[in-house]
Design a binder for this molecule. Structure first.
Ligand SMILES: Cc1ncc(COP(=O)(O)O)c(C=O)c1O
Length: 384
């Protein structure tokens, strides 16, 4: 079966956040992290079947949905999980917030590495916890963890460490030795490791494995809350279906208690999509990865040629998000400059970048859209 990622789907006038931002303007939206592709045919068919049933009462996952998750974890990462470890959530950002509330007190510190997806820094602050960030460093082969700065950042008030693997926005896949070192760091300092692995099925480099933090050792697993979802990979974030996988029973109880009465249930449609994603969509996912790899390779060759002054600083190993260094342009507000030329990017500042230094480009779109975006960005540079 072949899958078509080239035919554009018109999202204008729909409930799309990404497209509503520039409604009525000729701006290509390349900001928030969803893709302009239809979900897999298996997901669409499962949703149609569920809609046809016509009754949408309060939902609980059926066994086949839980089995699909359990089997995917084992088949993809060799991770044997128990169904009882799964806590269903309407979103991963919910999971980040619940983790902060469950495992830290007001005034306690939550460590993470920056730049990073903004809710890693805002979630602790939402409930009067303190976010502490340690900047990545750019080494010879790419983004690296500054291990001594990380050690220095730990205080008696540090309770939690948020990891993003693969990393948004740096598109980095953490290697086993790095993950073991991070896991041991958390064990040594008695920190809960909250491992956001939402992009784990979007590794673009064939042969580069995703390693869940919880497979590293029983000690690390006992302190780890893993957050995952079919949302990014299968383009169903609007269906609000995610999971926390928590092997340790006491931690799981504490996490669930923090959700009580304030976290909404996952919906019938979300469960249907999740099952079809994990069980029936592998061929589609492989085709998607091939297409995204093509988009990435196009960008990596077009940017140095067409957009002098814009730099891709490190290998792009995963995700459909490209972190671009635009500091050489000397623009105070690069997003506004590119918007004025019809391209809507994410500003690097909320991710922890310096003003004017970085933007993020979402390449989860047709190749033709990407080519047009490069043409428009080139025109923006010509006004420089
Ligand atoms: C690392 C990371 N975590 C979480 C999310 C959002 O998750 P959700 O929509 O399930 O809250 C994103 C979305 O871009 C993300 O990149």
């Amino acid at each position: 079966m072949t899958f078509d990622f080239d035919t554009p789907i018109n999202r204008a006038g729909t409930d799309s956040q990404k497209w509503q931002k520039y409604a009525g303007q000729d701006v290509l939206p390349m900001w928030v992290a969803d893709m302009d592709f239809r979900s897999s045919p298996a997901i669409i068919a499962a949703l149609q079947r569920r809609v046809e049933h016509g009754v949408f009462g309060y939902a609980r996952p059926v066994k086949s949905t839980v089995d699909a998750v359990v089997e995917a974890m084992e088949a993809r990462y060799g991770w044997k999980i128990e169904p009882s470890w799964i806590v269903w959530l309407p979103g991963l950002v919910v999971g980040l917030n619940v983790t902060a509330q469950a495992f830290a007190e007001p005034g306690d510190e939550v460590l993470t590495l920056s730049p990073v997806y903004p809710p890693f820094m805002s979630a602790p602050k939402n409930s009067a916890r303190i976010s502490v960030t340690v900047p990545f460093v750019l080494g010879r082969v790419g983004w690296e963890i500054d291990w001594s700065a990380l050690e220095r950042a730990v205080t008696p008030k540090t309770r939690l460490f948020y990891l993003c693997n693969p990393h948004n926005p740096l598109a980095r896949v953490w290697r086993r030795d790095e993950l073991v070192r991070l896991g041991e760091f958390c064990v040594r300092h008695q920190l809960i490791l909250c491992s956001d692995e939402i992009h784990c099925d979007l590794i673009l480099d064939p042969g580069l494995p995703h390693i869940p933090s919880s497979v590293l050792s029983p000690e690390i697993a006992a302190q780890t809350i893993t957050l995952m979802a079919p949302s990014k990979t299968y383009n169903v974030p609007g269906l609000g279906t995610s999971i926390a996988i928590i092997p340790d029973q006491a931690h799981r109880t504490r996490f669930i208690r923090a959700t009580a009465g304030i976290v909404a249930e996952v919906t019938s449609l979300g469960f249907a999509a999740c099952e079809a994603a994990y069980r029936d969509s592998e061929a589609w996912r492989q085709a998607l990865l091939a297409y995204l790899r093509g988009n990435r390779d196009y960008l990596l060759s077009a940017i140095p040629r067409e957009l002098p002054g814009i730099k891709v600083e490190a290998p792009v190993e995963a995700t459909y998000l490209l972190w671009l260094n635009v500091s050489a342009l000397g623009w105070d507000n690069p997003v506004a400059r590119f918007e004025a030329h019809g391209v809507g990017l994410s500003d690097g500042v909320p991710f922890g970048a310096a003003r004017g230094s970085h933007v993020r480009l979402n390449f989860g779109c047709t190749r033709a859209t990407l080519q047009e975006a490069i043409r428009r960005m080139k025109a923006a540079l010509a006004t420089h």
